[in-house]
Design a protein around this ligand. Sequence first.
Ligand SMILES: *Cc1c(COP(=O)(O)O)cnc(C)c1O
Length: 818
Amino acid sequence: MIDKQFKKEAFKESVKENVKFLYRKKLEEATQEQIFQAVCYTVKDVIIDNWLETQNAYKEQDPKTVYYMSMEFLMGRALGNNLINLTAYKEVKEALDELGLDLNVIEDQEPDPALGNGGLGRLAACFLDSLATLNYSAYGCGIRYRYGMFKQQIKDGYQVEVPDNWLKDGYPFELRRPEYAKEVHFGGYVDVEYDPATGSNKFVHKGYQAVKAVPFDMPIVGYNNKIVNTLRIWDAEPIVDFELDSFDKGDYKKAVEQENLARNIVEVLYPNDNHMAGKELRLKQQYFFVSASLQAAIDKYKKNHKDIMKLHEKVTFQMNDTHPTVAVAELMRILMDEEGLGWDDAWSVTTKCVAYTNHTIMAEALEKWPVELFSRLLPRVYQIIEEINRRFILDIQAKYPGNYDKIKKMAILYDGQVKMAHLAIVAGYSVNGVAKLHTEILKKQELKDFYEMMPEKFNNKTNGITQRRFLLHGNQLLADWVTDHIGPEWITDLSQISKLKVYVDDEKAQQEFMNIKYQNKVRLAKYILEHNGVEVNPRSIFDVQVKRLHEYKRQLLNILHVIYLYDQIKKHPEMDFYPRTFIFGAKASAGYARAKKIIKLINSVADVVNNDASIEGKLKVVFIENYRVSNAEMIFAAADVSEQISTASKEASGTGNMKFMLNGAPTLGTMDGANVEIVDEVGKENAFIFGLSADEVINYENNGGYDPRVIYNTDDEIRQVLTELVNGTFSSDTELFRDLYNSLLNQNGGERADQYFILADFRSYAAAQKKVEEAYKDEKGWARMAMLNTACAGKFTSDRTIQEYVDDIWHLDKVFVK
Ligand SMILES: *Cc1c(COP(=O)(O)O)cnc(C)c1O
């Protein structure tokens, strides 16, 4: 697409005009940040035209729309991605070159909009990209957090959290839409009033605090198809500006409270990944964006449709994990209290409109709200949940007469708690897991009772990633090489990438492929030198584990193995050892002490290992600060080995594993999540698989765990590694890592010793690592394996995932913009 704005001369003029208009400056006088803004406004101009045309096409063709409801959208930077999807990246790069500007430097001015924690939020972002690219009408619905995911600094080896004020300089790709503002109500009580018009009782919510929800829209540009969808994120404002005379009216206190509520509600993203914090403000955030999004969706529907009973023909709501599942009861409330439907009609519509995606089986992540809190904050919504629960229990009793165990296990309200997953399953017309193994575990273990009662709802949708960001933008050298060999169809049809298979034994292709990997490693080495002051050898094996820091992901297993290798090299200096660089990147939730201690351990080991001249640079350890989407793109491109070493059964899918694979890094991993399907695609001879299976782990867990002491007592080398945690090798403070040491060996309260099976898997991990080294020494064999990983990654595009959601769940029609 060569739009008029992307004719080079016109583009250059427009950038200069914008600098003048925005800053009253000439280009030469502008800062890089100002130039960044000016470039964005030029690009936004083009996008807005397409945005309008898309919305017109939707109005004319009236397609069904999916509302993807998610607390998190981990978008990453927009400028580069928008240029890629407008197919204008190269023209713009040249135009800026001619102005003496470097597009890479300009891209680096953009803050990463980090409105998400990790995989779940990034999935939502990939889905929006795929929905737009596949010509489907879609909204992302979320929260405009003032502060997104914190910035991580490493000080003295410790994680320090710094607020992420991403809106500080204004965000050029957002549009405030005050005309679509909605009110959201909290607290108060419910009155029953007789309504003479209908001759029946109605429920009236009174004495509440109100907040104004104001939407900001961000454009989601489809690839080369003129579609621009919308990510709509909600800001909170006080209903009325603070008025002094409310003092006199006596509602001063309430005015202050409403103002504070509005100020607090969207202040910050909770930095917990796979962990439920249980904070009142979090529930407020959930209801806030869900209520506003549902109101907006229904308003939009009613503009062109009369019959609310047919809502499901034009609208569907996908709930990304349990975070937005209060939508079930809120939709019921709107349909009954505002649209005037009776219970049965409202239930019939609701249960055809909402669908639920489960993202985890880990108990600490499942959302359960205390009834006291829930009913106080959302009295009318709670009342509706009570009625849903009452009726559901009748259904259970009808199906399993006299079986009270079923009620105990499946009720929505039990033990003084509101179980959000149960609410979502009972109301949802679809319940999906995010990888084959995960969905099987849901059906056989975690949600077994629900699966037995309503098997037709359950389905699998294996996650995916967008190749537009994680190959076309993140690894431009490889993207060009792929296009030179098989044409550009892979950009919108990743199954085409299998055509690379004919090259895997071609020596010239192998050399080119590995030379691109080398150049990407040089780029990352430069970044590491700049950011960490550590020199790493781009000829060494780049062994990478980047993802949230969580015990189940077992960064601890990785670093213990590094210690083991260090011991080996020290003990046998003559030993044949291929140089290795272990690269970590991970944020830990601010309140997760043990995860933060693992970060400290990695940095402490790095200090010792990197500065030990006696090992001659054979081993390097690097912790990359502030892992986020923008540096992720560069890291995946440079990786030789993809560490996916979670305790089997704990990682629902993973998507980092797919990004590595697409960029030619074989998986070193357990048979967990989507690793299973990666191995299915690429063959187990082209991956390094180790460790207990999910069944074995679950078996141990159901029988009280295992005894890591047996391993500790019998394996001298493992015992040595553990001893070094507490004998001063990596810290003069021998107590610093005592908790980590204890967690591996001693039961502590309800926590089993080594509950993530690190010692159980250690030997098989070390053996797999040895195989990696041997395989890497065989240059041609490795090149072949790396290329096969790229060539077999076709399944893992989010385009495939989205098409499956469309075919099996949403049933959307494509819309074309001329
Ligand atoms: C893909 C991605 C994740 C998810 O990684 P997993 O290895 O699947 O946990 C997290 N953070 C960022 C920035 C990502 O790009």
